[in-house]
Design a protein around this ligand. Sequence first.
Ligand code: HEC
Length: 252
Amino acid sequence: MYKKSLPLVLAALVAFSAPAPAAESVAPPKQHWHHQGVFGTYDKASLQRGFQVYKQVCSACHGMKLLSYRNLAGLGYNEDEIKAIAAEYTVVDGPNDDGDMFERAARPADRFKAPFANDKAARAANGGALPPDLSLVVKARHNHEDYIFALLTGYQNPPAGEEGLPGMSWNKYFAGHWISMAPPLVEGAVSYADGTDASVEQMAKDVTQFLAWAGEPHMEERKKMGIKVMLFMFVFAGIMLAAKRKVWAAVH
Ligand code: HEC
């Protein structure tokens, strides 16, 4: 019985291990990220600049529904600053005692306000394409940060003779190259409070780090805990070795 199914199993193995059909994706160049590596930590100044880019540019089309305003404490904002940021948005709440929904200023506990009421409205405003929620996008894409940075800086003129549909742009790193997101970053699109020059690369780097943080806000605690556990194991192994030597000393 097993013998009979062998060809099937082999066929399945070949089918699933074959490389993905050439989706014409180009591997993004490797970048150095402050938060990578065992001791890597988030660069808070860059995270704050990245949030500014998200807020002033990307949030026109992309939501981040897994974030609440109070999570911004992780970027180094204090309570008053977070209250002020939340209060810039109006959210729908209710129903009140009369059964009516009402609008109020957002509070720190509210989720980030979505740019569109629903996916259909989002598609209608974007030529039929859905701008994905960005809460987990760094984790969700191959090559993670490197890909997001490459995508944001990878807009080029299409190769001669290639024509896309109206409203599409050519991007070196997007699978299939034609993307429904027009280049979102242009030189000086934001004016950074800390005086950093807002070049396309700088904004792309900052917003990518902000999106990486959003996908894993507790990374620093996780790494610290890992180091503590390793230290503990090291000391514990030493104690056990000493104990073993003592116990077996009489035998030798
Ligand atoms: C005017 C609307 C608009 C703005 C502003 C915008 N995007 Fe997009 N974005 C889109 C649309 C539409 C798509 C879907 C594209 C597609 O599938 O062809 C998209 C797709 C994406 C993707 C997914 C690409 C993939 O691999 O599937 C990422 C990441 C992204 N945008 C990041 C950003 C960032 C970061 C910003 C801010 C710097 C931004 N976008 C600003 C409309 C927008």
